[in-house]
Design a protein around this ligand. Structure first.
Ligand SMILES: [Zn+2]
Length: 463
């Protein structure tokens, strides 16, 4: 039996693990590589993956970097099952439809430019029609109920505490009388994050494929983050500028609205208008409110009193492109939450183009920014950036607030292993940049005397 990574190997995006035994082939996640142009070939499926011969596909959660390449399966002719929790199925449908739309828009612009330069147009990775063919393959699974997914392979989904419906997946593999338990952590949530439950740990495994996004740093505590947020927002309010928040539509947006509403209610912040400029985030929020059964206790209580719904409905929604553009003519102070979360596309780009050059603008970075993205350039303090081919000078204040992360920080990752580490599993670090992976490997060695391997793209690991 063996596992091969076709993404998220020594990098953060594009999660895809091919698991092969003598009798079955299954894929865990099939995410989009981000931080590239969608049309630069990074997301083209390598022939070795041989998608039509897969027996099943299993999803950890509905973020684009974990489910974004699924329509390539149906395009290639795969018609087998794709297993996921019910909330993940709904989120995946939302995310893939949005991704198809964004690609079509982006490519229309790119192709206009290519035609002017005398070059052939390029094709989108997939269309809305491809997505429509993919969604019916998705099948719901319950948490903690092992199910057979292929010959000799049983899978169990366990709460990962990252976003609604997120899971780690435990696979029990059988081959020629040999049994092997492999865990795929998915994205591990941040303890104490609002709304979703905390991640569960595992106490037995032969091998663990573990994410390492924040392997080299800890987040600030929630109370420090809220204090920092209050400070930054108060100074932005004084300058009457716009506060731009590139925000993942799923998870981060709901977390932010939850915290800001609490700060308003307690009087820690004066109320100011918050615009949610993302039809996808609006839809995701509605989806969250349909799955209160997955909430943690605090959020459930707020839901019972109706406060949660009141908080979310106080946010102003921009549904159309015209409503989005109309924000340009409004004076601050106001906050705009818009995608994409790493500034790789979407409406946030228009707001950044209009406002980055203004010294009264504040940008709050609330999520991980992968290498190569515009968000990362802002975090790294670039003084000039390019948006839609135009050079924009950065005079806005850029603030990074990692405490809102939906990912476990370094010590939480180490802690997540605390029970399983004693059984000496083979540990593979994935879904992280090399610097983060090396730091995390060092700490795990120190704490548990357990070595970690860091697999490479396309190089099989024998189990
Ligand atoms: Zn995720």
């Amino acid at each position: 039996m063996r596992v091969t990574l076709y993404g998220a190997a020594r990098t953060v995006t594009g999660s895809a693990y091919l698991v092969e035994t003598a009798s079955a082939r299954v894929l865990v996640d099939f995410g989009m590589m981000q931080g590239h142009d969608n049309h630069d070939g990074a997301n083209v499926v390598p022939p070795e993956l041989n998608l039509t011969s897969l027996d099943a596909v299993l999803l950890t959660h509905g973020h684009l970097d974990h489910c974004g390449r699924l329509p390539l399966l149906t395009k290639a002719g795969y018609r087998g099952p794709v297993y996921a929790t019910p909330a993940t199925i709904e989120l995946t449908s939302l995310v893939l439809h949005d991704a198809a739309k964004v690609q079509a828009q982006d490519l229309a612009r790119v192709n206009r430019r290519r035609m002017r330069a005398g070059l052939d147009p390029i094709e989108v990775l997939y269309t809305t029609e491809d997505v429509d063919e993919t969604i019916p393959l998705l099948r719901g699974v319950d948490y903690n109920k092992p199910i057979p997914v292929a010959s000799g392979i049983t899978a169990r989904w366990v709460e990962a505490g990252h976003i609604l419906g997120s899971a780690s997946i435990e696979l029990t593999l059988e081959e020629n009388g040999r049994r092997h338990v492999a865990i795929f952590s998915g994205d591990i949530g941040h303890l104490g994050s609002p709304v979703v439950r905390d991640p569960e740990r595992f106490c037995g495994a032969d091998s663990i494929f573990m994410e390492s996004t924040y392997g080299d740093r800890n987040h600030r505590s929630l109370s420090e983050t809220l204090e920092e947020t209050r400070f930054v927002i108060n100074s932005a309010l004084k300058r009457r500028g716009k506060i731009l928040v590139p925000s993942f539509a799923i998870g981060r947006t709901q977390t932010l609205i939850y915290h800001l509403s609490a700060l308003f209610r307690s009087g820690a912040l004066p109320r100011f208008p918050i615009y949610l400029d993302s039809p996808m985030a609006e839809e995701a929020t509605r989806l969250y409110l349909r799955h209160v059964e997955l909430f943690d206790e605090e959020a459930m209580e707020l839901h019972r009193t109706g406060q949660l719904e009141r908080d979310f409905s106080a946010v102003r929604l921009c549904r159309t492109a015209e409503e989005s553009m109309a924000l340009n003519n409004l004076d601050g102070p106001l906050m705009i939450l818009a995608g994409s979360g790493m500034c790789t596309g979407g409406r946030i780009l228009h707001h950044l183009r209009h406002n980055l050059w203004r010294p009264e603008t504040h940008v709050l970075i609330v999520g991980f920014q992968a290498e190569g993205t515009l968000g990362r350039q802002l975090v790294d303090g670039r003084k000039k950036v390019h948006i839609f081919g135009e050079e924009i000078v950065v005079r806005a204040s850029i603030h990074t607030l990692n405490g809102f992360s939906a990912h476990a920080g370094q010590s939480e990752l180490v802690e997540w292993l605390s029970c399983a580490a004693h059984l000496r599993p083979r540990l593979f670090l994935t879904h992280g940049e090399p610097k983060a992976q090396e730091a995390l490997a060092g700490l795990i060695k120190e704490r548990y005397d357990l070595g970690a391997e860091i697999p490479e793209y396309g190089v099989p690991v024998e189990l």
